[in-house]
Design a protein around this ligand. Structure first.
Ligand SMILES: Cc1cc2nc3c(=O)[nH]c(=O)nc-3n(C[C@H](O)[C@H](O)[C@H](O)COP(=O)(O)O)c2cc1C
Length: 179
């Protein structure tokens, strides 16, 4: 599939068919994740595959946005492993920290997975609508591993269709500038 055709055919799915995602398709998505570029090639991403009844129950208790997806990937960052710009500091509340690219790294991983899933005929939803503490309470993550986003994955339910936001893209003149 041509790249723009692939990019156009991805849309946010919020109603899934119960049919499970085949292992070979998940493997291909995970390989796409592995190939993603990361700052200084640190590869701080940590992906948690949630598909057992228990794991899905836990994630659904932490967010309404897991919907009825048969598979949810919890994308986290081992923050200490991500590249930090020692010359730039940012405030996190009252704490001054060096600037980290952890969220960018994990976002690229998530985008690779979303597009790989689209190519495989799967639907996805990128989710940030959760409370981080609720996810930390639901799952016993290693120290220093922080959830960045969730990716709901599955086949769209019959009749599921893109929301009106899917077509609502600004013209390039509003978002691209030449300096
Ligand atoms: C960083 C990010 C966070 C998002 N979080 C949520 C979310 O929590 N819940 C949700 O329903 N959609 C979420 N979305 C999906 C967007 O709302 C959606 O991509 C956008 O409205 C465009 O629609 P489309 O994906 O169908 O083209 C998120 C998307 C991104 C990129």
């Amino acid at each position: 599939m041509d790249f723009l055709e692939l990019a156009r055919s991805r849309w946010s799915v919020r109603n899934f068919d119960p049919r499970p995602v085949e292992q070979d398709k998940l493997d291909r998505m995970l390989e796409a994740a592995r190939l993603a570029p990361t700052g200084a090639n640190r590869q701080p991403q940590r992906l948690y595959v949630l598909r057992s009844e228990e794991a899905l129950r836990s994630v659904r208790a932490a967010t309404r946005m897991a919907f009825n997806a048969p598979l949810v990937i919890m994308l986290c960052a081992e923050v200490g492993e991500a590249w930090h710009n020692q010359n730039e500091t940012v405030m996190h509340g009252t704490v001054e920290e060096t600037y980290s690219v952890a969220e960018m790294d994990v976002s690229i991983v998530c985008d690779h997975m979303q597009l790989a899933a689209t190519e495989l005929g799967l639907g996805t939803l990128w989710v940030r609508g959760y409370d981080t503490q609720a996810l930390l309470d639901a799952f016993d993550l290693p120290e220093g591993v922080v959830p960045i986003c969730l990716l709901d994955v599955g086949y769209p339910a019959e009749g599921a269709k893109p929301s009106r936001l899917h077509e609502a893209r600004k013209p390039l003149e509003e978002t691209v500038f030449e300096l």
